[in-house]
Design a protein around this ligand. Structure first.
Ligand code: FES
Ligand code: FES
Length: 975
């Protein structure tokens, strides 16, 4: 029986509406059913705030209120904010300041801000932070949102404002003469947002579109809450899929009986391991061939973590689907559980993968899925000859991505009987290739469409729902939608690998002469990204200081916890935390200045990265040397902006309960995977001289569509709004490996630049024909025109019309592919200023400043957004975020009320400064920027904690309890 519906009468965006709603239906569901798609779903417990709408003038979480209870209410959603096609000042300000990244939280943020400004036209920064505090944003660090509300409030008060942009300064040769704008010293201790500051060497070539803070190409539609995400469609006859997950961390499924579920009216399919073929795969979305082992099947007769897949159903409504799940009878044989990776390697530990058909596990008896060893030079000899040898063991937590848009997928057959997978993924092409054998369809019968993505951070570089949803469509021949609950994001998606990191470092004089790293990577129940993440961690962790003698040993271990996967930073975050803290411990013990000590040892331009050949990503790498680095300048600028040395000295002398500390860390990352990552781009000219840019690259909210358009526009001498970007769809866009490994700017950018150069040549040839000029070498392409040396010109529109309709008729278009033999590291310096309450152990971070060399900055506002967002995630990693499990593998905090990610009210000042360098291998000199910002937060906070208290803490996160107990153990507090 379909649930009883009743009428409600409301006014939505000033339009009277009658909605038919169920008795228990939330307003969120009712509004989405009525096509107000700007209202988003983000959690199960009313904590994320992305469902916020305005009801009778108040900001209200629509998931927390029943639709039947709003009879007669005046409701406002983002769809109603623009009037007569004109944006509200808040929408404009969010667009201008770069406050919109993925845009999933944007409707709620704008509406909350509107409620504030309606009541208080001149709010303080703290009042703005408070008004946004109820709405989680995982992309931005909230800086630009606050900026946007401040700007909008000024506009609404009638002030005239200058366009929002970054600040530019010339980078002097002599770093002692650097002068920063006064605000960047933060002497007033405010948290007011500052625009990004970009230092440029005077010799760097000037550009027109590249380097400008262009508005994001998708900002308008996101600011208006248009239906752009995977779930923002209604499909005729669509069924609702749901996943039954395991309540046990380790069990065999002895029997499963789905007959009652199948008989429930409204249920169209119930599938268990008995119903679909057993095809082995690995879920990590990586290049072909994916690293072994293939240790998963779509539905198995064994479960290996709480939240593991058991059965799937498709039904007429989510409620019926849920009832059907409850009716599936599963008989489990519960097995012993191991959640600690060190215990998992011991003799007699439960064997998690005892199935005979998983090949290529390194040592299944000891749950070791991969064992990696690599060495250069002779580490033992280096230690024997060193003046000092230091050791340290560090532990990092299992962190969840918490992208606000959950995994969501819709599958259906199109009119040609091809399976369409509309999914929120970072890797559409890998998904198509990986899903094909699981559902027994040839690749040519599958089309993957990636709409806008509401954040991913690596968690959508996995096959998570696509195979299950496709199985249900195959079983029913109907469109099926599946979406994870927030709890399932914690129990059934992926996380950062928890690591145990043991470093040993030999020092001779002040030089690091040898280093070894033994790494234990907890990959959870399945291998997924276990090999590649930990290999990258080893490479970056031993290359930042690049000793000629270096050894990496790693065990990647199965445990009965949800699988780990890719997560921004990809192993480098964990290993650089360890080495940075140990380097500072060493400097302290040797009585050396920590900055000088690091500077003597960090990787320098021209140096070969010794381990680059041995440690690639899941395979051998390629020999590489560092070709560009602004690290020294980054450090110098950061030291100055924070007045580091004076504060450091002063803070060492503190007494009392609240103690200040300042810390720093240096970091490096990579730009794509050398000799493996490939991207292609197609550029096609239209009749009016505009261009379609077709790219397989996936913009997760990072702004990659925008910066790729900027690159094409730069080559073609046109404004960015002459480029129409389409990404990505496996039928219409060329291959791209997808968004991961910090590869989009660098690798996809390389492809776009090449395609644009090819198109430019065709344009010049056509113009030469039109102007009757024999040599194209002297023709210039600028301001939408081709100009000859004698002053003749033709517009691009004329060139397009000529090529399509008149002379030498052909379509001006080109496709280019790009792969790089190197992966140039961006570098950066992270600074942290904190106050520690030594009575409670609470750390309050007051400021995070990152000074970054990411080569040429293609778009300073979007790049700064990446750095701010990364610092915010690093803050959570350092202080609060840790997925916890009891000994039986039961999750203890699988929701957003128990797992805390940073909110706007407590967010420190986040400042970003760029030092531009010119990377010879990068498009326009660019390197990557999205991941490096994740790497420095934790070690910089560790450094500040030591400065404040004298305490070295080696286990993250630094929760008040952990800090307090460490202070007590070290007798650094009386409390
Ligand atoms: S969906 Fe309403 S608070 Fe999260
Ligand atoms: S922009 Fe806020 S969650 Fe992505």
């Amino acid at each position: 029986m379909p649930p009883k519906k009743s009428e409600i009468h409301v006014t939505i965006n000033n339009v009277p509406r009658t909605l038919m709603v169920g008795q228990e239906e939330s307003l969120l569901t009712a509004l989405r059913n009525a096509s107000y798609f700007s209202v988003k779903f983000g959690c199960d417990d009313g904590t994320c705030g992305v469902c916020t709408v305005i009801i009778n003038g108040k900001a209200v979480r629509s998931c927390k209120i029943k639709a039947v209870d709003v009879e007669g209410a005046e409701i406002e959603t983002l769809e109603g904010l623009s009037k007569d096609g004109k944006n509200h000042p808040l929408q404009e300000a969010f667009i201008e300041t770069g406050a919109i990244q993925c845009g999933y939280c944007t409707p709620a943020q704008i509406l909350s801000a509107k409620v504030l400004l309606d009541k208080n036209p001149n709010p303080t920064e703290n009042e703005i932070r408070k008004s946004l505090n109820g709405i989680l944003c995982r992309c931005t660090g909230y800086v630009r949102g606050i900026d946007a509300v401040q700007r909008a409030s000024k506009v609404l008060r009638g002030e005239k404002l200058k366009p929002f942009t970054h600040i530019e300064q010339i980078l002097p040769k002599d770093m002692s003469s650097v002068i920063l704008p006064e605000a960047f010293y933060r002497r007033d201790e405010s948290r007011n947002p500052l625009p990004p500051l970009v230092f440029t060497p005077s010799e760097m070539k000037k550009t027109n579109v590249v380097g400008k803070s262009e508005i994001k190409v998708d900002a308008q539609k996101l600011a208006q809450g248009r239906p752009v995400f995977t779930d923002d469609i209604h499909m005729e006859g669509m069924l609702y899929g749901a996943l039954l997950t395991s309540p046990h961390a380790h069990a065999n499924i002895k029997n499963i009986n789905a007959s009652q579920a199948r008989q429930l009216p409204g249920v169209h399919a119930v599938l268990t391991f008995k119903d679909i073929p057993r095809v082995k795969y690995a879920s990590g979305g990586q290049s072909y061939p994916q690293p072994l082992p293939y240790d998963q099947v779509s539905l198995d007769n064994k479960v290996r973590h709480v939240g593991d897949r058991v059965a799937i159903v498709a039904a007429d409504s989510p409620e019926i689907a849920q009832k059907a799940l409850d009716l599936i009878e599963v008989e489990y044989e519960v097995l012993p559980v191991v959640v600690d990776p060190e215990k998992a390697m011991q003799k007699n530990a439960p064997i998690i993968h005892d199935e005979p058909d998983t090949k290529d596990i390194y040592d299944a008896q000891h749950n070791i899925v991969h064992h990696i060893e690599a060495e250069v030079g002779n580490v033992e000899k280096a230690f024997a000859e060193a003046d000092h040898v230091f050791e340290g063991t560090y532990q990092t937590p299992k962190q969840q991505h918490v992208h606000l848009e959950p995994h969501v997928c819709i599958t259906y057959f199109d009119e040609d009987d091809r399976l369409v997978i509309r999914t929120s993924t970072q890797v559409p092409f890998h998904i198509r290739r990986m899903v094909a054998p699981l559902i027994n369809l040839p690749i040519k019968k599958i089309r993957v469409i990636k709409p806008r993505i509401g954040g991913g951070f690596g968690n959508k570089q996995e096959l998570i729902l696509e195979d299950l949803c496709a199985h249900l469509t195959l079983a029913t021949r109907r469109p099926v939608r599946m979406e994870y609950t927030r709890t399932q994001e914690f129990t059934s998606s992926r996380s950062r690998h928890a690591n145990i990191i043991h470093y040993k470092v030999g020092v001779k004089g002040e030089k690091v002469t040898g280093a070894s790293l033994y790494l234990i990577g907890d990959t959870g129940a399945y291998g997924a990204h276990g090999l590649t993440v930990n290999m990258v961690g080893g490479f970056k962790g031993l290359t930042l200081y690049n000793p000629p003698n270096a050894k990496f040993i790693c065990d990647v271990v199965y445990t009965n916890t949800p699988p780990a996967g890719a997560f921004r930073g990809y192993g480098a975050t964990q290993c650089q935390y360890g080495i940075e803290v140990l380097m500072e411990e060493i400097a302290t013990k040797l009585g050396l200045d920590v900055v000088d000590f690091k500077k003597k040892n960090w990787l320098k331009i021209g140096e070969e990265m010794y381990l680059s050949e041995k440690l690639g990503e899941g395979r051998e790498g390629v020999k590489q040397a560092l070709q560009s680095s602004g690290l020294e300048q980054c450090v110098e600028i950061g030291l100055q902006a924070t007045e580091f040395k004076a504060k450091r000295k002063k803070y060492k002398e503190q007494n009392g309960r609240y103690r200040r500390g300042i810390g720093m860390a240096v970091v490096m990352h990579g730009s794509g995977i050398a000799n493996l990552d490939m991207a292609a781009a197609t550029l096609k000219m239209n009749d009016d001289g505009s261009f379609n840019l077709l790219i397989g690259a996936t913009d997760l909210g990072t702004g990659s569509d925008t910066i790729l358009a900027q690159m094409a526009a730069e080559v073609l001498g046109i404004p960015i709004n002459d480029i129409i970007v389409y990404s990505s769809d496996t039928d219409f866009t060329p291959f791209d490996k997808g968004a991961y490994a910090s590869s989009t700017t660098y690798v996809s950018g390389g492809a776009v630049r090449k395609a644009a150069l090819k198109v430019k040549k065709q344009i010049l040839e056509q113009a030469a024909l039109m102007l009757d000029i024999s040599d194209i070498a002297n023709l210039k392409l600028e301001n939408r025109q081709v100009i000859s040396p004698d002053g003749q010109s033709v517009t691009l529109a004329e060139v397009a019309l000529s090529s399509l309709h008149q002379l030498n008729q052909h379509q001006i278009m080109a496709t280019a592919s790009h792969i790089s033999p190197v992966s140039p590291p961006p570098t950066g310096a992270q600074f942290a200023e904190i106050i520690v309450d030594i009575k409670t152990g609470h750390i309050n971070v007051e400021r995070l400043l990152m000074v970054v060399d990411c080569g040429r900055v293609i778009n300073p506002i979007t790049a700064a957004g990446q750095v701010e967002g990364g610092m915010a995630q690093a803050l959570g990693f350092a202080l609060t975020e840790e997925m916890l499990f009891d000994e039986d593998g039961q999750p203890l905090n699988p929701n957003l009320s128990k797992y805390h990610i940073p909110r706007s009210a407590k967010m420190p000042a986040l400042d970003v400064i760029f030092v531009q360098t010119d990377e010879p291998s990068g498009p326009f000199g660019a390197k990557s920027v999205a991941e490096i910002s994740m790497d420095g937060g934790a070690p910089a906070i560790a450094s500040a904690l030591h400065n404040a208290t004298g305490l070295w803490m080696r286990e993250l996160p630094y929760t008040p309890m952990r800090v307090k107990s460490a202070l007590q153990k070290a007798h650094l507090t009386d409390n």
